[in-house]
Design a protein around this ligand. Structure first.
Ligand code: 5GP
Length: 120
């Protein structure tokens, strides 16, 4: 599937729609989720046009991948989330309910986050 340049995070990256920016560097942008699921809920996205974790891990450059994951760790530290703990996750594809087709990691913190995944 080709990357959709009209997805909402592509528009945020291009500055066409606003975001509540918490961090930015050469490879990554982090901003608050519009519909937070925890007291702290931040999204970190690479600046490159990768639709998913699968795409990014296959096609991202070493510099992009290293820079991105260093940014995720830095954002969590800067949010003060390390001591009490945090969770980061990426939804990939339909079964994981990925809504936005631009790779992103969620960082959740600020409360007991419960077990790993919803039991059905
Ligand atoms: P996914 O299900 O793709 O892993 O998560 C997409 C996330 O993007 C959701 O948590 C949703 O609340 C968030 N989101 C969707 N549209 C916007 C937006 O326009 N701005 C921000 N800040 N977050 C968004």
């Amino acid at each position: 599937m080709a990357y959709d340049p009209e997805n909402i995070f592509a528009k945020i990256l291009r500055g066409e729609i606003p975001c509540d920016n918490v961090y930015e560097d050469d490879t990554a942008l982090a901003f608050k989720d519009i519909n937070p699921q925890a007291p702290t809920h931040v999204l970190v996205i690479p600046k490159g046009t990768y639709e998913s974790m699968d795409d990014f891990s296959k096609n991202g450059t070493e510099a992009e991948i290293t820079g991105f994951f260093r940014a995720v760790g830095k954002v969590a530290r800067d949010l003060g989330a390390v001591e009490a703990g945090y969770r980061f996750l990426a939804n990939n594809g339909a079964d994981a309910h990925q809504e936005v087709p631009h790779f992103h990691v969620h960082i959740f913190a600020g409360r007991d986050l419960g077990g790993m995944i919803k039991r059905v």
